[in-house]
Design a protein around this ligand. Structure first.
Ligand code: SAH
Length: 226
């Protein structure tokens, strides 16, 4: 998969040089290409924002640099073009799994008060939000999207079961996890996990998943599929 991210702050995406994502890029399991929208500004001072028509607080990102950047990066419209936006559909694990099937994603990060509506109308396929709160820029939301989607690319996690069993698959939260030591500060690991009986372990985990979901996120159970 190739992901192009369009931003005024490409350095922020250095987080993907680390850990699992860094390794996945080294192995070329996916490619993240950062583009600085400012490089496409036709203005002699490379300006990318201006005052909103009609007045109001803050600045709005101008359409020209964004449009030209999108045209240069994806001239044949091969990518699914996403604008990170608080008014978009909220990102869910189901949507993440769906997006992981795409060959190419193009992600536009807004900043300041957002971007000129005309570029959204003309060049963007969908708007995605990371939750009902407002952040100062689309970069952190884009990182959330990229990280969650990249985990679904085969071999990125090293264990293909990992995305099948974890929280939100089947609308359930994950069961509790334990590692060594078997006893820590007087607290023991549940007996069944060290019993060597895989069927019992599976059953225990399923029951725990249901119980934890019922306790912490009953709304997930209401979504059905059980
Ligand atoms: N004035 C806008 C908010 C702009 S926030 C409004 O009231 O809707 C600046 C940028 O941050 C946005 O353009 C968007 O790209 C990003 N952003 C902020 N909150 C977000 C969220 N919850 N999900 C996705 N992107 C978000």
């Amino acid at each position: 998969m190739r992901i192009d991210v369009l931003t005024l702050f490409p350095e922020m995406f250095d987080v993907f040089d680390y850990s699992l994502m860094g390794k996945a890029q080294e192995k070329q399991l996916f490619t993240l290409v950062r583009h600085n929208i400012r490089d496409y500004s036709a203005d002699k001072h490379k300006r990318c924002d201006d005052y909103p028509f009609g007045g109001g607080a803050g600045m709005v990102m101008m359409p020209q640099p964004i449009h030209d950047c999108i045209e240069a990066v994806d001239p044949e419209h091969k990518a699914l073009r996403i604008y990170m936006s608080p008014r978009g559909k909220t990102l869910t694990q189901k949507k993440v799994a769906e997006l992981s099937q795409c060959d190419r994603l193009l992600i536009l990060c807004g900043h300041y008060e957002g971007v000129d509506q005309r570029v959204i109308d003309a060049d963007i396929d969908c708007e995605i939000s990371v939750g009902d709160y407002v952040l100062s820029g689309g970069e952190i939301p884009a990182m959330v999207l990229i990280d969650s989607v990249a985990r679904y690319i085969p071999d990125v996690l090293g264990n293909s079961q990992a995305t099948v069993e974890e929280s939100f698959s089947d609308n359930l939260l994950e069961y509790p996890q334990y590692t060594r030591p078997q006893e820590f500060n007087g607290m023991k690991v549940p007996e069944v996990l060290v019993s060597g009986n895989h069927a019992m372990v599976d059953k225990w985990r399923r029951e725990q998943s249901h119980e934890i979901t019922r306790k912490l996120r009953p709304d997930l159970l209401d979504k059905g599929e059980l």
